[in-house]
Write a protein that binds this ligand. Structure first.
Ligand code: KIV
Ligand code: ZN
Length: 523
């Protein structure tokens, strides 16, 4: 009999805390739908108290995404817990996830509090959360650097107050696999009631051990793993969902664990997250890297041609990496596009289908064949536009080796005003970026810029990714076009819109914290 491991996805919460990631509500909703298709058991949709935007995003996901449990994060603080409860209330199966640190380093320096106060806050938080929601998860933050006896006392309190899942975070990615397993085993000894709730693991990758530690936790008895697609998250990130899932899947006969994940959705989910966050996947990344199933040496190629299992422990089709045969051309109609999008998991109708069709025709005029990967890139690109953002109307760029490049742009501001700017830069991309700064009168500083191609071939779509900083807030944006200057300009304008939203959200959060000094900083 195999045992089921619950997959708790935190791409939209811990993952979204990665620097430069700024997902808009439409993007978050699309990701949550894809996570449901992937078959995750729990979607941690966000941290509702962080800002009104985060609250709305969690509430929309709770209303519209069916299947997984929808969790909202809350500090051990009444106002946060009430916000989280309200945000997840309409979910089919809501969960509140509340946390407070148990390590002395955090208690003394961050919370500036005492162990006794932490016990009191944990008790009050779990009791309050349970009065608002049946399903409550409690995390002793920085547990792996905390005193195990004190952490056990806090867990006993959380369980007595009704916590249904206990999560043990390796917040700073410090633990080693055997040490983490011993920590969990000791907690089981000190808190026998831990066997009556779900034990969960949440590991960060600062030493590259997040997946190994999570796996070690499962072997020690944990039956929930918190992880993120492509391993994104704070600093070095969280345990990568695809790696832990494929480890349990590939070695199922030896380990005896199953998950509810539809592994054939893994590659597509990974591409969607990479595209919407602007975080590339390293080519040699396990499971989803471009080279994860590529064989370079002659001996390996020869072996795989004779028998795949000579050098492959997994079949690429198991993770959804089969060569997709879906191809449309410029004569394909609206109906064919709708069917193709449906096959890719996007249900697009009405105005959204009209917009997608217009965009598809523009691309199909320039490219002979539009593949499944192109369609995915186009649909995710459409999701990026939203209200309260700058939009690019047009641009002119003069590029030459004999004169400095010059760009002129016209934009519409979030208030609906038309503005123009021009600039003579070091290169055409520099000129257009600075022309956008001139038009918007913003001092945005470029931090990262990347161009990739969506597929191979001379007529491939270009995908640009920009991270910039405005008033101390960094944010990213992406753009897709057959013209890389246009893709770059779109990416810059979107990054600017996202950064401005962050500046407003940070000001609101600072105001809230000034009004209530009891609030600890967000995780
Ligand atoms: O890493 C961490 O400790 C967290 C908690 C909020 C669970 O993300
Ligand atoms: Zn974390």
């Amino acid at each position: 009999m195999s045992e089921r491991v619950i997959i708790f996805d935190t791409t939209l919460r811990d993952g979204e805390q990665s620097p430069g990631i700024s997902l808009n509500p439409g993007e978050k909703l699309e990701i949550a739908h894809q996570l449901a298709r992937l078959g995750v058991d729990v979607v941690e949709a966000g941290f509702p108290a962080a800002s009104p935007g985060d609250f709305e995003a969690v509430r929309t996901i709770a209303r519209e995404v069916h299947g997984p449990v929808i969790a909202g994060l809350a500090r051990a603080h009444a106002a946060d817990i009430e916000r989280a409860a309200e945000a997840v209330r309409e979910a089919d199966r809501p969960r509140i996830h509340t946390f407070i640190s148990t390590s002395d380093i955090h208690i003394e320096h961050q919370l500036q509090s005492t162990r006794e106060d932490v016990k009191g806050s944990a008790r009050a938080a779990v009791a309050h959360a349970r009065s608002l929601c049946e399903d409550v998860e409690f995390s002793p933050m920085d547990a792996t650097r905390a005193d195990v006896e004190f952490t056990a006392e806090v867990l006993q309190i959380a369980i007595d107050e009704g916590a249904t899942t206990i999560n043990i975070p390796d917040t700073v990615g410090y633990a080693m696999p055997d040490e983490y397993a011993r920590f969990l085993t000791r907690l089981y000894e000190l808190v026998p009631k831990l066997r009556d709730v779900v034990l969960s693991v949440h590991c960060h990758d600062d030493l590259g051990l997040a997946v190994a530690n999570s796996f070690s936790g499962v072997q020690a008895g944990a039956r929930q793993v918190e992880c993120a697609i492509n391993g994104i998250g704070e600093r070095a990130g969280n345990a990568s969902l695809e790696e832990i899932v494929m480890l349990l899947h590939t070695r199922a006969a030896d380990l005896g664990f199953t998950t509810g994940i539809n592994t054939r959705e893994i590659a597509r989910t990974s591409r969607m997250i990479s595209r919407l966050t602007g975080y590339p996947v390293q080519p040699n990344k396990a499971i989803v890297g471009r080279n994860a199933f590529a064989h370079e040496s002659g001996i390996h190629q020869d072996g795989v041609l004779k028998e795949r299992s000579t050098y492959e422990i997994m079949d690429a089709t198991t993770v959804g990496l089969d060569a997709n045969s879906l191809v449309l051309g410029k004569h394909s109609g609206r109906h064919a596009l709708r069917e193709a999008l449906q096959e890719l998991g996007f249900s697009v109708d009405g105005q959204a289908l009209n917009t997608a069709f217009k965009r598809f025709k523009e691309i199909a005029d320039k490219k002979k064949q539009v593949s499944a990967m192109d369609l995915e890139a186009l649909v995710t690109d459409e999701l990026r536009d939203e209200l309260r953002a700058y939009t690019l109307s047009w641009f002119d760029v003069e590029a030459s080796t004999r004169r400095p490049p010059h760009a002129t742009v016209e934009l519409v501001t979030p208030d609906g005003q038309t503005v123009r700017g021009d600039f003579t830069g070091d290169g055409p991309v520099d000129a257009i970026f600075r022309a956008i700064n001139a038009a918007t009168r913003r001092e945005a500083r470029l931090r990262e810029f990347r161009i990739d191609s969506v597929t191979g071939g001379q007529d491939a779509l270009g995908e640009a990714s920009v991270v910039l900083e405005v008033a101390g807030q960094s944010a990213g944006g992406q753009g897709v076009s057959t013209d890389i200057i246009e893709a770059a300009a779109q990416a810059y304008v979107r990054a600017l819109s996202n950064a401005e939203r962050r500046v407003v959200a940070a000001a609101e959060a600072a105001e809230a914290e000034a009004a209530d000094p009891q609030l600890t900083p967000a995780p």
